[in-house]
Design a protein around this ligand. Sequence first.
Ligand code: NAD
Length: 479
Amino acid sequence: MQTINNFINGQYVPPLSGEYLDNFAPATGTVSGKIARSGTADVDRAVQAAWAAFPAWSGLSLDQRHDILRAVADGILQNLNRLAEAESADSGKTITTARTIDIPRAAQNFKFFATALLHFSSESHQRPDALSYTLRQPLGVVGCISPWNLPLYLFTWKIAPALAAGNCVVGKPSEITPLTAALLGEICNDAGLPPGVLNILHGLGPEVGAAIVEHPQIKAISFTGSTRAGAEIARVAAPKFKKLSLELGGKNPNLIFADCDYDKMLETTVRSSFNNQGQICLCGSRIYVEKSLYERFKKDFVAQVRQIRVGDPAAPDSRLGAVVSKMHFEKVLSYIQLAREEGGAVLCGGEAIQLPTPHENGWFIAPTVIEGLPTKCRTNQEEIFGPVVTIQSFDDEADALQQANDSPYGLSATIWTSDLNRTHRLASALQCGIVWVNTWMLRDLRTPFGGVKNSGMGREGGWDALRFFTESKNVTIEF
Ligand code: NAD
């Protein structure tokens, strides 16, 4: 049994309440440890430590800050196996996913922003009689709140740019997957990150998360999670005029035209539907296929999905593991039931899977493909965030675009076509923040990342992230 405590001022400390929550292992459905249940007083303690560390941290030379953040990246890679095992055990994702995607990307986040800070620059505006220049100054202490689907990956995606820009951080990982964030504290100490620069608090969203959002000395909130919590955070933070970055839910369309590279599309669409049990905000959960290709696609896609091995996340040959929690397991199954009630036909999957002991109570769901539903129904409008996709046909480009945009969400979209003109037309007209053409989840960390509509506001990545975590100040000098 592991006990996960807060990381404040470079030390692991119990929550001031003395209370703990249960942490669960999704593959067995059993309690695996205890997590600090923190509240307002813990947040205040972390905020004071962070402000005390701020003058020295923001005053370091760029080279010094770069070297420490690079050392954190190296530390993550040196602990790759340990972190991957913890991530897999804590979230139910396969060890292969954790080892090849989550943990390498967490290291890459630190490496990327350690380097970016050396190249970050601001503007100047010249005229014959005056010069204006823009200072980009760190905000001070900022809050970073992250979800459970890519735990260390998304936590570090916020923390690394915040620290690179010279801020100190009060961070909160999801209470459902706290383990790797807890290990990060140790790695930061070993890398020479000064105490108080990064503080990590554990506990429930409406308790410690809300206390971070409310704290008057926290200047900005970078949040990734559900649209529901994002709206609540915006409601609380807006009257306090905090800077806000909100990366929220998605219901991403995948548009498949008959002129696409069929084999590449099929292989990628299986991944974009079910990677990480469909629990990636970028998964394409609404698949639209041109009518002339629909029957062929349906047959081949369902045949491939049936081959996907759902198994023990720790086994190297498992392609899908468990979904993250009992609550989420029940939510996903209830959406499959809803799809049936709405008239959908389940082509494969559609049920929980019971694995042999010791996984008989684990939260496993068969990858599920549903057809026969209109775009307007709840199954196609609401985020399920599990191994469930719907397939439907479209008549032509205009019909595809109309169905794709008929959603309250607007995070990403994927287009499969070999028609260059169509690519540009659709990429421009799709209502979302990210468009992939003939690929999926190809990530260049310099590009703006984020969504429109109910998928959030603001952009992460590259200069966008460093601009978010700094305040611009204009200085004008008349000659
Ligand atoms: P969630 O909103 O329940 O929780 C996310 C985090 O916010 C957790 O740390 C939680 O404790 C905290 N939280 C919850 N309520 C809070 C409040 N009132 N104040 C402050 N903090 C609060 O989301 P989740 O279930 O952990 O994650 C799944 C969701 O995240 C999905 O909707 C998914 O689409 C979304 N997501 C979006 C992106 C993106 O980049 N757009 C990436 C990954 C996941």
